[in-house]
Design a protein around this ligand. Structure first.
Ligand SMILES: *Cc1c(COP(=O)(O)O)cnc(C)c1O
Length: 342
């Protein structure tokens, strides 16, 4: 089986397993796990932030951001198809007690003017706008890269209004490798950043959230309240360090394979690539080929390829380090067979 359901399916490399085995550990709730401390310092340095915190998942990182930046009854501006809004179980309202204000973006990028217009003035009727969330790359927009200038404009508006920016950068490394824009250049237009070690970077567990020393101190307390204070966490932080050392530049291979796949699929009758492929995600509309996504996924599975559903007629293919260049040819053949054998 060639598995393109997600880049979260990546299994730890042997270097990661070795690193986990050999990791120096301590009690991280006491701040005494040297491997966790090393990972947090390394990540903060890469992002150009004062401090970072190792958290269990991207979702936990995003939730901690809302809990730390906001008070119950506040409002958060975010993109209408963002992961936080669609795929985190309404955690923002359930946990932080905040209301989401979704704005429809273009390829995941909100219009800065819309953001400015959505910021609430002081009024007895209104919630306080206390956070703006961005997502780069944007998952639902097909791994779209949010332009640096868009981030800059929104950051300037936010600054003028004293509102922090949180970046859901689950795949920020994909954006950086594909665009050639340094991580720090992206994160300079944010107050806090979350990125996933466990997607294309291939670590088995964990995310990073980064920001100021003061923010991270408060975030650490929220993580503890959520039950995310871990003990000898060096065994899971060590693979994260390997991911940052070994697996960043190779994301370019995933992007190249995604491009090859998209070009190959463009020739299949009835298939439409929904959104320009900039990184490792391909959204394919199968409606004109006469299928629902579920039907098409079944056909693909019979041909030895697994993909995911992103709507009634949309399937998602995500390249990752278990998918080789050679595999892309097999996937194109499998898809062409699936479209022809109705
Ligand atoms: C995967 C993802 C998350 C959540 O990360 P988990 O580790 O799965 O909780 C958040 N935002 C985006 C854009 C994602 O793709």
């Amino acid at each position: 089986m060639i598995d393109l359901r997600s880049d979260t399916l990546t299994k730890p490399t042997s270097a990661m397993r070795q690193a986990a085995y050999q990791a120096e550990v301590g009690d991280d709730v006491y701040g005494e796990d040297p491997t966790v401390n090393n990972l947090e310092e390394t990540a903060a340095e890469m992002l150009g932030k004062e401090a970072a915190l190792f958290v269990t998942s991207g979702t936990q990182g995003n939730q901690i951001a809302a809990l730390t930046h906001c008070r119950s009854g506040d409002e958060v501006i975010l993109e209408a198809n963002s992961h936080i809004y669609l795929y985190e179980g309404a955690g923002f309202s359930a946990l932080a007690g905040v209301q989401s204000r979704p704005l429809q973006g273009v390829r995941g990028a909100m219009n800065p003017e819309d953001v400015e217009a959505a910021i609430r003035p002081e009024d007895v009727h209104f919630p306080r706008t206390s956070l703006i969330c961005l997502e780069n790359t944007h998952n639902k927009a097909g791994g779209a890269i949010i332009p640096l200038n868009n981030m800059k404009e929104i950051y300037q508006i936010a600054n003028k209004n004293n509102i922090p920016i949180h970046l859901d950068g689950a795949r920020l490394f994909n954006a950086s490798v594909a665009s050639g824009i340094a991580l720090k250049d992206y994160s300079q237009y944010t107050d806090t950043v979350q990125f996933c070690l466990s997607k294309g970077l291939g670590a088995p567990v964990g995310s990073i959230i980064a920001g100021t020393n003061d923010f991270i101190e408060q975030a650490r307390k929220w993580r503890k309240r959520l039950g995310g204070g871990l003990r000898q966490a060096g065994v899971i932080a060590a693979p994260g360090l390997v991911a940052l050392r070994d697996n960043v530049s190779r994301l370019a291979d995933d992007h190249e394979n995604a491009r090859i796949l998209a070009e190959g699929l463009a020739n299949s009758k009835g298939l439409k690539i929904e959104s320009e492929v900039e990184t490792n995600i391909i959204l394919v509309n199968v409606k004109e080929a006469g299928f629902t996504s579920e039907q098409f996924l079944e056909k693909l599975k019979a041909e030895g390829v697994l993909a995911g559903s992103m709507g009634p007629n949309t399937i998602r293919l995500v390249t990752n380090y278990h998918v080789s260049k050679e595999d892309t040819g097999k996937v194109i053949t499998a898809i062409s067979k699936a479209t022809n054998n109705q």
